[in-house]
Design a protein around this ligand. Structure first.
Ligand code: PLP
Length: 452
Protein backbone atom coordinates (compact mmCIF):
# COMPACT_ATOMS: atom_id res chain seq x y z
CA UNK A 1 0.00 0.00 0.00
CA UNK A 2 2.93 2.36 0.61
CA UNK A 3 3.96 2.14 -3.01
CA UNK A 4 0.37 2.74 -4.06
CA UNK A 5 0.02 5.73 -1.72
CA UNK A 6 3.25 7.17 -3.02
CA UNK A 7 2.34 6.84 -6.69
CA UNK A 8 -1.18 8.19 -6.12
CA UNK A 9 0.29 11.21 -4.28
CA UNK A 10 2.77 11.84 -7.05
CA UNK A 11 0.04 11.67 -9.65
CA UNK A 12 -2.11 14.21 -7.75
CA UNK A 13 0.91 16.47 -7.31
CA UNK A 14 1.67 16.28 -10.99
CA UNK A 15 -1.90 17.12 -12.01
CA UNK A 16 -1.92 19.92 -9.44
CA UNK A 17 1.31 21.28 -10.88
CA UNK A 18 -0.04 21.16 -14.43
CA UNK A 19 -3.59 22.42 -13.92
CA UNK A 20 -4.14 24.18 -10.61
CA UNK A 21 -3.30 27.81 -9.82
CA UNK A 22 -3.10 28.34 -6.05
CA UNK A 23 -4.60 31.30 -4.17
CA UNK A 24 -2.10 33.38 -2.16
CA UNK A 25 0.80 31.29 -3.38
CA UNK A 26 3.55 31.00 -5.93
CA UNK A 27 2.08 28.32 -8.18
CA UNK A 28 5.44 27.82 -9.87
CA UNK A 29 7.21 27.09 -6.58
CA UNK A 30 4.36 24.88 -5.38
CA UNK A 31 4.52 22.95 -8.66
CA UNK A 32 8.26 22.40 -8.24
CA UNK A 33 7.99 21.24 -4.61
CA UNK A 34 4.75 19.30 -5.01
CA UNK A 35 1.62 20.43 -3.19
CA UNK A 36 0.72 18.69 0.04
CA UNK A 37 -2.48 16.80 -0.72
CA UNK A 38 -4.88 16.72 2.23
CA UNK A 39 -7.36 13.87 2.11
CA UNK A 40 -9.42 13.47 5.29
CA UNK A 41 -9.98 14.85 8.77
CA UNK A 42 -11.65 14.09 12.07
CA UNK A 43 -12.04 16.27 15.15
CA UNK A 44 -8.98 18.54 15.28
CA UNK A 45 -6.75 16.27 13.17
CA UNK A 46 -6.18 16.21 9.42
CA UNK A 47 -4.37 13.62 7.27
CA UNK A 48 -2.39 14.09 4.08
CA UNK A 49 -2.24 11.61 1.20
CA UNK A 50 0.88 9.94 2.59
CA UNK A 51 -0.96 9.11 5.81
CA UNK A 52 0.81 11.75 7.94
CA UNK A 53 -1.46 13.25 10.60
CA UNK A 54 -1.44 16.88 11.77
CA UNK A 55 -3.08 18.71 14.65
CA UNK A 56 -4.84 21.57 12.88
CA UNK A 57 -4.19 24.47 15.24
CA UNK A 58 -5.60 26.82 12.63
CA UNK A 59 -9.09 25.34 12.20
CA UNK A 60 -8.60 25.27 8.43
CA UNK A 61 -8.46 29.01 7.86
CA UNK A 62 -9.97 30.29 11.14
CA UNK A 63 -13.19 28.56 10.25
CA UNK A 64 -13.67 24.89 11.21
CA UNK A 65 -14.87 25.90 14.65
CA UNK A 66 -16.79 22.69 15.40
CA UNK A 67 -13.90 20.55 14.16
CA UNK A 68 -14.03 18.02 11.34
CA UNK A 69 -16.44 15.17 10.82
CA UNK A 70 -19.68 16.50 12.37
CA UNK A 71 -22.29 14.19 10.84
CA UNK A 72 -25.17 16.54 11.70
CA UNK A 73 -23.75 19.14 9.32
CA UNK A 74 -23.38 16.55 6.57
CA UNK A 75 -26.96 15.39 7.12
CA UNK A 76 -28.32 18.95 7.12
CA UNK A 77 -26.72 19.54 3.72
CA UNK A 78 -27.93 16.24 2.25
CA UNK A 79 -31.49 16.78 3.51
CA UNK A 80 -31.68 20.27 2.03
CA UNK A 81 -30.13 19.18 -1.27
CA UNK A 82 -32.84 16.56 -1.66
CA UNK A 83 -35.62 18.97 -0.65
CA UNK A 84 -34.61 22.10 -2.54
CA UNK A 85 -30.97 22.58 -3.61
CA UNK A 86 -31.44 26.06 -5.03
CA UNK A 87 -34.01 28.64 -5.90
CA UNK A 88 -34.23 32.34 -6.37
CA UNK A 89 -37.02 33.79 -8.62
CA UNK A 90 -34.90 36.87 -9.04
CA UNK A 91 -34.48 37.45 -5.33
CA UNK A 92 -38.14 38.05 -4.53
CA UNK A 93 -38.54 34.73 -2.69
CA UNK A 94 -37.06 33.13 0.40
CA UNK A 95 -36.56 29.53 1.52
CA UNK A 96 -37.16 28.05 4.99
CA UNK A 97 -33.48 27.61 5.98
CA UNK A 98 -32.65 31.18 4.95
CA UNK A 99 -35.54 32.66 6.90
CA UNK A 100 -34.79 30.51 9.93
CA UNK A 101 -31.09 31.38 9.77
CA UNK A 102 -31.78 35.12 9.55
CA UNK A 103 -33.99 34.82 12.65
CA UNK A 104 -31.45 32.70 14.55
CA UNK A 105 -28.72 35.22 13.77
CA UNK A 106 -30.85 38.05 15.14
CA UNK A 107 -31.23 36.06 18.35
CA UNK A 108 -27.49 35.69 18.94
CA UNK A 109 -26.33 39.10 17.65
CA UNK A 110 -26.19 42.27 19.77
CA UNK A 111 -29.79 43.34 20.39
CA UNK A 112 -29.76 46.32 17.99
CA UNK A 113 -28.89 44.05 15.02
CA UNK A 114 -31.79 42.10 13.55
CA UNK A 115 -31.28 41.85 9.77
CA UNK A 116 -28.90 39.89 7.56
CA UNK A 117 -28.03 40.17 3.86
CA UNK A 118 -26.55 36.82 2.76
CA UNK A 119 -23.49 36.36 0.57
CA UNK A 120 -21.05 33.57 -0.22
CA UNK A 121 -17.90 34.67 1.62
CA UNK A 122 -16.25 37.25 3.83
CA UNK A 123 -14.94 39.13 0.82
CA UNK A 124 -18.39 39.39 -0.71
CA UNK A 125 -19.66 40.56 2.68
CA UNK A 126 -17.23 43.47 2.63
CA UNK A 127 -18.01 44.35 -0.99
CA UNK A 128 -21.62 44.47 0.12
CA UNK A 129 -20.73 46.71 3.06
CA UNK A 130 -19.11 49.22 0.74
CA UNK A 131 -22.25 49.31 -1.40
CA UNK A 132 -24.51 49.56 1.65
CA UNK A 133 -22.57 52.38 3.29
CA UNK A 134 -22.82 54.46 0.14
CA UNK A 135 -26.45 53.52 -0.36
CA UNK A 136 -27.25 54.56 3.21
CA UNK A 137 -25.71 58.00 2.82
CA UNK A 138 -27.43 58.50 -0.55
CA UNK A 139 -30.76 57.72 1.05
CA UNK A 140 -29.95 60.11 3.89
CA UNK A 141 -29.33 62.88 1.35
CA UNK A 142 -25.58 63.03 2.03
CA UNK A 143 -24.05 61.45 -1.07
CA UNK A 144 -20.66 63.07 -0.44
CA UNK A 145 -20.05 60.74 2.52
CA UNK A 146 -18.49 58.09 0.31
CA UNK A 147 -15.10 57.46 1.85
CA UNK A 148 -14.55 54.49 4.10
CA UNK A 149 -11.56 54.49 6.43
CA UNK A 150 -9.84 51.17 7.12
CA UNK A 151 -6.50 50.31 8.69
CA UNK A 152 -3.01 49.43 7.55
CA UNK A 153 -2.45 45.68 7.85
CA UNK A 154 -6.18 45.06 8.26
CA UNK A 155 -7.69 42.22 6.25
CA UNK A 156 -11.17 42.34 4.74
CA UNK A 157 -10.90 39.93 1.84
CA UNK A 158 -9.47 39.48 -1.58
CA UNK A 159 -12.01 40.96 -3.99
CA UNK A 160 -11.29 44.44 -5.33
CA UNK A 161 -13.34 46.20 -2.66
CA UNK A 162 -12.31 43.78 0.12
CA UNK A 163 -8.62 44.14 -0.64
CA UNK A 164 -9.03 47.93 -0.91
CA UNK A 165 -10.70 48.20 2.49
CA UNK A 166 -7.94 46.01 3.89
CA UNK A 167 -4.51 47.46 4.35
CA UNK A 168 -2.26 44.68 3.05
CA UNK A 169 0.47 46.37 1.04
CA UNK A 170 1.42 43.30 -1.03
CA UNK A 171 -2.21 43.03 -2.14
CA UNK A 172 -2.44 46.73 -2.98
CA UNK A 173 0.74 46.43 -5.01
CA UNK A 174 -0.91 43.97 -7.41
CA UNK A 175 -3.87 45.46 -9.25
CA UNK A 176 -3.59 49.17 -8.56
CA UNK A 177 -5.43 49.17 -5.23
CA UNK A 178 -6.98 50.63 -3.19
CA UNK A 179 -9.87 51.91 -5.28
CA UNK A 180 -10.84 55.59 -4.84
CA UNK A 181 -12.90 56.44 -1.78
CA UNK A 182 -10.94 54.29 0.65
CA UNK A 183 -8.35 55.62 3.14
CA UNK A 184 -6.27 53.93 5.84
CA UNK A 185 -4.95 54.77 9.28
CA UNK A 186 -2.28 53.11 11.41
CA UNK A 187 -2.96 49.87 13.27
CA UNK A 188 -3.06 49.47 17.08
CA UNK A 189 -0.07 47.10 17.10
CA UNK A 190 1.69 47.91 20.36
CA UNK A 191 4.33 45.17 20.18
CA UNK A 192 5.46 46.22 16.72
CA UNK A 193 4.84 49.96 16.71
CA UNK A 194 4.33 51.10 20.29
CA UNK A 195 7.94 52.22 20.81
CA UNK A 196 8.46 53.64 24.29
CA UNK A 197 4.76 54.24 24.97
CA UNK A 198 2.87 52.05 27.38
CA UNK A 199 0.05 50.10 25.72
CA UNK A 200 -2.77 52.34 26.98
CA UNK A 201 -1.04 55.51 25.86
CA UNK A 202 -0.34 53.94 22.47
CA UNK A 203 -3.95 52.74 22.16
CA UNK A 204 -5.15 56.35 22.40
CA UNK A 205 -2.58 57.55 19.87
CA UNK A 206 -3.59 54.83 17.40
CA UNK A 207 -7.30 55.59 17.85
CA UNK A 208 -6.83 59.34 17.44
CA UNK A 209 -5.33 58.69 14.01
CA UNK A 210 -8.95 58.14 12.99
CA UNK A 211 -9.95 61.62 14.12
CA UNK A 212 -6.96 63.13 12.31
CA UNK A 213 -7.89 61.31 9.10
CA UNK A 214 -11.54 62.40 9.32
CA UNK A 215 -10.46 66.02 9.74
CA UNK A 216 -7.96 65.71 6.89
CA UNK A 217 -10.60 64.31 4.49
CA UNK A 218 -13.42 66.53 5.80
CA UNK A 219 -16.11 64.92 7.98
CA UNK A 220 -18.69 65.59 5.26
CA UNK A 221 -16.82 63.18 2.97
CA UNK A 222 -16.41 60.23 5.33
CA UNK A 223 -19.11 57.59 5.62
CA UNK A 224 -17.71 54.76 7.73
CA UNK A 225 -14.84 53.21 9.62
CA UNK A 226 -14.12 49.50 9.15
CA UNK A 227 -12.00 47.32 11.43
CA UNK A 228 -11.66 43.81 12.76
CA UNK A 229 -12.20 43.63 16.55
CA UNK A 230 -8.81 41.86 16.60
CA UNK A 231 -6.76 41.92 13.40
CA UNK A 232 -6.50 38.28 12.37
CA UNK A 233 -4.44 37.84 9.21
CA UNK A 234 -2.39 40.89 10.25
CA UNK A 235 -1.04 38.92 13.22
CA UNK A 236 -3.73 38.49 15.90
CA UNK A 237 -3.29 42.06 17.02
CA UNK A 238 -5.29 42.69 20.17
CA UNK A 239 -5.75 46.44 20.62
CA UNK A 240 -4.81 48.02 23.96
CA UNK A 241 -7.77 48.53 26.34
CA UNK A 242 -7.99 52.24 25.54
CA UNK A 243 -8.34 51.74 21.78
CA UNK A 244 -11.92 50.68 21.15
CA UNK A 245 -13.60 53.10 23.61
CA UNK A 246 -11.76 56.00 21.95
CA UNK A 247 -12.71 54.75 18.46
CA UNK A 248 -16.34 54.53 19.56
CA UNK A 249 -16.18 58.10 20.84
CA UNK A 250 -14.79 59.37 17.54
CA UNK A 251 -17.23 57.39 15.40
CA UNK A 252 -20.10 58.79 17.48
CA UNK A 253 -18.82 62.36 17.43
CA UNK A 254 -18.51 62.45 13.62
CA UNK A 255 -21.65 60.36 13.01
CA UNK A 256 -19.77 57.65 11.10
CA UNK A 257 -21.13 54.19 10.42
CA UNK A 258 -19.10 51.58 12.27
CA UNK A 259 -18.30 48.35 10.42
CA UNK A 260 -16.95 45.63 12.70
CA UNK A 261 -15.63 42.78 10.58
CA UNK A 262 -16.60 39.65 12.52
CA UNK A 263 -15.48 37.18 9.86
CA UNK A 264 -12.91 35.64 12.24
CA UNK A 265 -14.19 36.69 15.66
CA UNK A 266 -17.85 35.84 15.06
CA UNK A 267 -19.38 32.65 16.47
CA UNK A 268 -17.33 32.11 19.56
CA UNK A 269 -13.71 32.67 18.65
CA UNK A 270 -13.22 35.22 21.45
CA UNK A 271 -15.31 33.34 24.00
CA UNK A 272 -18.42 35.41 23.23
CA UNK A 273 -20.75 35.18 20.25
CA UNK A 274 -19.04 38.15 18.60
CA UNK A 275 -15.89 40.20 19.05
CA UNK A 276 -18.29 43.13 19.39
CA UNK A 277 -19.56 41.53 22.61
CA UNK A 278 -16.02 41.13 23.91
CA UNK A 279 -15.11 44.78 23.26
CA UNK A 280 -18.59 46.26 23.95
CA UNK A 281 -18.97 47.67 20.43
CA UNK A 282 -22.14 48.89 18.76
CA UNK A 283 -21.60 48.20 15.06
CA UNK A 284 -23.87 49.36 12.27
CA UNK A 285 -22.65 46.50 10.08
CA UNK A 286 -21.13 43.15 10.98
CA UNK A 287 -19.68 41.17 8.04
CA UNK A 288 -19.73 37.47 8.97
CA UNK A 289 -18.56 34.22 7.28
CA UNK A 290 -16.17 31.38 8.26
CA UNK A 291 -17.49 30.18 11.67
CA UNK A 292 -21.07 30.80 10.50
CA UNK A 293 -20.98 27.33 8.89
CA UNK A 294 -17.79 26.09 10.59
CA UNK A 295 -16.40 26.22 7.05
CA UNK A 296 -18.39 23.16 5.91
CA UNK A 297 -19.95 25.18 3.07
CA UNK A 298 -19.25 28.72 1.86
CA UNK A 299 -21.65 31.26 3.30
CA UNK A 300 -21.32 34.76 4.68
CA UNK A 301 -23.50 37.70 5.45
CA UNK A 302 -23.72 41.33 6.40
CA UNK A 303 -25.61 41.83 9.61
CA UNK A 304 -27.24 45.25 9.65
CA UNK A 305 -28.25 47.41 12.62
CA UNK A 306 -31.89 48.42 12.95
CA UNK A 307 -31.19 52.12 12.41
CA UNK A 308 -29.68 51.32 9.00
CA UNK A 309 -32.09 48.56 7.97
CA UNK A 310 -35.02 50.87 8.74
CA UNK A 311 -33.68 53.50 6.34
CA UNK A 312 -33.28 50.86 3.60
CA UNK A 313 -36.79 49.58 4.19
CA UNK A 314 -38.56 52.91 4.57
CA UNK A 315 -36.79 54.97 1.94
CA UNK A 316 -35.16 52.60 -0.48
CA UNK A 317 -36.40 51.09 -3.67
CA UNK A 318 -34.41 48.31 -5.35
CA UNK A 319 -30.93 47.75 -3.93
CA UNK A 320 -29.02 46.87 -7.08
CA UNK A 321 -26.67 44.34 -5.56
CA UNK A 322 -26.69 40.59 -4.87
CA UNK A 323 -25.18 37.27 -5.85
CA UNK A 324 -26.53 34.10 -7.42
CA UNK A 325 -25.69 32.36 -4.17
CA UNK A 326 -27.02 35.03 -1.78
CA UNK A 327 -29.02 32.92 0.64
CA UNK A 328 -28.08 29.53 -0.79
CA UNK A 329 -30.50 27.15 0.92
CA UNK A 330 -28.02 24.28 1.39
CA UNK A 331 -25.35 26.56 2.89
CA UNK A 332 -28.03 28.18 5.06
CA UNK A 333 -29.24 24.78 6.30
CA UNK A 334 -25.69 23.87 7.33
CA UNK A 335 -25.18 27.25 9.04
CA UNK A 336 -28.47 26.83 10.90
CA UNK A 337 -27.42 23.38 12.12
CA UNK A 338 -24.02 24.80 13.09
CA UNK A 339 -25.75 27.47 15.21
CA UNK A 340 -28.03 24.84 16.74
CA UNK A 341 -24.98 22.79 17.82
CA UNK A 342 -23.15 25.85 19.17
CA UNK A 343 -26.19 26.63 21.33
CA UNK A 344 -27.32 23.15 22.37
CA UNK A 345 -23.81 21.98 23.31
CA UNK A 346 -23.04 25.31 24.97
CA UNK A 347 -19.78 25.43 23.08
CA UNK A 348 -19.14 29.16 23.46
CA UNK A 349 -19.78 28.98 27.21
CA UNK A 350 -17.28 26.11 27.48
CA UNK A 351 -14.74 28.10 25.50
CA UNK A 352 -15.16 31.05 27.85
CA UNK A 353 -15.11 29.21 31.15
CA UNK A 354 -12.76 26.31 30.42
CA UNK A 355 -11.03 25.84 27.07
CA UNK A 356 -9.82 29.38 26.44
CA UNK A 357 -8.42 29.93 29.95
CA UNK A 358 -6.58 26.61 29.64
CA UNK A 359 -5.23 27.40 26.16
CA UNK A 360 -4.08 30.86 27.28
CA UNK A 361 -2.42 29.61 30.47
CA UNK A 362 -0.58 26.87 28.57
CA UNK A 363 0.51 29.26 25.82
CA UNK A 364 1.86 31.61 28.46
CA UNK A 365 4.27 28.91 29.61
CA UNK A 366 6.12 29.59 26.33
CA UNK A 367 6.87 33.20 27.33
CA UNK A 368 10.15 32.18 29.02
CA UNK A 369 11.54 30.72 25.79
CA UNK A 370 14.60 32.69 24.60
CA UNK A 371 13.02 33.24 21.15
CA UNK A 372 9.72 34.57 22.46
CA UNK A 373 9.21 38.34 22.78
CA UNK A 374 5.51 38.20 23.62
CA UNK A 375 2.71 35.69 23.98
CA UNK A 376 -0.73 37.20 23.59
CA UNK A 377 -4.15 35.77 23.13
CA UNK A 378 -7.81 36.01 23.79
CA UNK A 379 -10.40 33.27 23.61
CA UNK A 380 -9.23 30.67 21.10
CA UNK A 381 -6.71 32.96 19.41
CA UNK A 382 -3.02 32.96 20.23
CA UNK A 383 0.06 34.71 18.88
CA UNK A 384 3.74 34.30 19.68
CA UNK A 385 6.21 36.99 18.63
CA UNK A 386 9.68 35.70 17.77
CA UNK A 387 12.53 38.09 18.55
CA UNK A 388 16.29 38.19 18.59
CA UNK A 389 16.32 40.42 21.67
CA UNK A 390 13.53 40.25 24.23
CA UNK A 391 14.15 43.58 25.97
CA UNK A 392 14.22 45.78 22.86
CA UNK A 393 11.70 43.60 20.92
CA UNK A 394 14.28 43.54 18.09
CA UNK A 395 13.46 41.11 15.26
CA UNK A 396 15.74 38.63 13.56
CA UNK A 397 17.14 39.72 10.23
CA UNK A 398 15.61 37.95 7.24
CA UNK A 399 12.10 39.33 7.13
CA UNK A 400 10.07 36.50 8.56
CA UNK A 401 12.66 33.78 8.12
CA UNK A 402 12.44 32.72 11.79
CA UNK A 403 8.65 32.46 11.52
CA UNK A 404 8.86 30.37 8.35
CA UNK A 405 11.40 28.05 9.97
CA UNK A 406 9.30 27.64 13.08
CA UNK A 407 6.17 26.94 11.01
CA UNK A 408 8.02 24.31 8.97
CA UNK A 409 9.48 22.63 12.06
CA UNK A 410 5.98 22.48 13.55
CA UNK A 411 4.65 20.96 10.33
CA UNK A 412 7.37 18.29 10.39
CA UNK A 413 6.15 17.26 13.82
CA UNK A 414 2.53 17.20 12.75
CA UNK A 415 1.33 20.61 13.93
CA UNK A 416 -0.24 23.23 11.67
CA UNK A 417 0.58 26.79 12.76
CA UNK A 418 0.59 29.91 10.63
CA UNK A 419 3.44 32.40 10.42
CA UNK A 420 2.88 36.07 9.58
CA UNK A 421 6.39 37.42 9.36
CA UNK A 422 7.95 36.35 12.67
CA UNK A 423 4.60 36.10 14.44
CA UNK A 424 3.31 32.57 14.99
CA UNK A 425 -0.48 32.37 14.92
CA UNK A 426 -2.97 29.82 16.13
CA UNK A 427 -6.73 29.59 16.03
CA UNK A 428 -7.72 26.01 16.83
CA UNK A 429 -11.21 24.53 16.56
CA UNK A 430 -13.33 25.68 19.51
CA UNK A 431 -13.87 22.03 20.47
CA UNK A 432 -10.19 21.21 21.04
CA UNK A 433 -9.74 19.03 24.17
CA UNK A 434 -7.29 19.80 27.01
CA UNK A 435 -4.95 16.94 26.03
CA UNK A 436 -4.93 18.24 22.45
CA UNK A 437 -4.00 21.69 23.79
CA UNK A 438 -1.12 19.99 25.61
CA UNK A 439 -0.02 18.39 22.32
CA UNK A 440 -0.25 21.80 20.60
CA UNK A 441 1.87 23.55 23.23
CA UNK A 442 4.46 20.77 23.50
CA UNK A 443 4.95 20.67 19.75
CA UNK A 444 5.11 24.46 19.57
CA UNK A 445 7.87 24.51 22.20
CA UNK A 446 9.74 21.86 20.28
CA UNK A 447 9.43 23.86 17.05
CA UNK A 448 10.73 26.95 18.90
CA UNK A 449 13.71 24.93 20.20
CA UNK A 450 14.55 23.75 16.70
CA UNK A 451 14.24 27.30 15.32
CA UNK A 452 16.68 28.73 17.91
N1 PLP B 1 -12.62 39.56 6.77
C1 PLP B 1 -11.76 38.99 7.63
C2 PLP B 1 -11.56 39.61 8.97
C3 PLP B 1 -11.05 37.83 7.26
O1 PLP B 1 -10.17 37.29 8.10
C4 PLP B 1 -11.30 37.27 6.00
C5 PLP B 1 -10.60 36.04 5.58
O2 PLP B 1 -9.66 35.59 6.18
C6 PLP B 1 -12.20 37.91 5.14
C7 PLP B 1 -12.85 39.03 5.56
C8 PLP B 1 -12.46 37.37 3.77
O3 PLP B 1 -13.22 36.23 3.83
P1 PLP B 1 -13.23 35.21 2.60
O4 PLP B 1 -11.87 34.63 2.51
O5 PLP B 1 -14.31 34.24 3.01
O6 PLP B 1 -13.61 35.96 1.39
Amino acid sequence: TDVLTQSQTQSWQQDDAEHHLHPFGDSGAIAREGARIMTRAKGVHIWDSTGKVYLDAFAGLWCVNLGYGREELVEAAARQMRELPYYNLFFKTATPPVVELAKALAEVAPSHINHTFFVGSGSEANDTVLRMVRRYWDLKGKPSRKTIIGRENGYHGSTVAGASLGGMKPMHAQGDLPIPGVAHIRQPYWFGEGGDMDPDEFGLVAARALEDKILELGPENVGAFIAEPIQGAGGIIIPPDTYWPEIQRIVHEYDLLLVVDEVICGFGRTGEWFGSDTFHLTPDFMPIAKGLSSGYLPIGGVMVADRVAEVFKAEGDDFNHGFTYSGHPVCAAVALENLRILRSERIIETVKTTTAPYLQSQLNTLADHPLVGEVRGIGMLGAIELVEDKASRRRYAGNGRAGTLCRDFALEQGLILRATGDTMLMSPPLVIAPEEIDELVTKTRHALDLTL
